[in-house]
Design a protein around this ligand. Structure first.
Ligand code: IMP
Ligand code: MG
Length: 171
């Protein structure tokens, strides 16, 4: 496996994002992060630990229907949130924005729950793969169209535990 982003590079960028995010919201107003399982869990864990106690969090789980063979972009909700979003500053925290279909779906269903504001943070973005124009306010790194694993991202449920991001050899 070729390392694309090492652990120190990722940690430094996540800390920058935490500072940028906090400075974008009025002092004293809480920020509610919605982590997207499973891929977003590592990014979420590091991001919240780089933030001050004004942050609260929740998780949602989705899965795409047979993404490799079908480009319908149908997304299935596997686990809903524990808490409502009404009147909150909500940020969706996701591992990667690829075609953009998953995030478009998530933004649509979460916006319907009347958050005060709704933004999205993704550790990675592959803009060359985009099928729909989706707003992502916070992006850690923009990468080429390569299949990557680690730091939450998997290949067949493996490699999520790597502290770095690598390109899979098997491509
Ligand atoms: P989208 O709906 O195409 O934007 O899909 C985003 C989802 O696809 C992410 O949450 C990942 O689970 C998965 N994904 C996209 N690219 C990669 C990759 O390079 N490695 C691992 N998972 C990926
Ligand atoms: Mg995912």
């Amino acid at each position: 496996m070729n390392v694309l982003l090492d652990a120190d590079t990722i940690q430094a960028r996540v800390r920058e994002l935490a500072v940028e995010i906090e400075s974008d919201y009025p002092d004293g107003e809480d920020i509610h992060l919605v982590g997207v399982l499973k891929g977003g869990f590592v990014f979420m864990a590091d991001l919240v630990r780089a933030m001050t106690p004004r942050v609260s969090l929740d998780f949602i789980a989705v899965s795409s229907y047979a993404k490799s063979t079908k480009s319908s972009g149908e997304v299935r909700l596997l686990k809903d949130l524990d808490f409502g979003l009404q009147g909150r500053h909500v940020i969706i925290v996701e591992d990667i924005v690829d075609t953009g279909l998953t995030l478009t779906y998530l933004q649509d269903i979460l916006r319907a729950r009347s958050p005060k504001t709704l933004r999205t943070a993704c550790l990675l973005s592959k803009p060359s793969r985009r099928q729909v124009d989706v707003a992502v306010e916070y992006i850690g790194f923009t990468i080429e169209d390569r299949f990557v694993v680690g730091y939450g991202l998997d290949y067949a449920e493996r490699y999520r535990n790597l502290s770095y991001i690598a390109v899979l050899d098997e491509e």
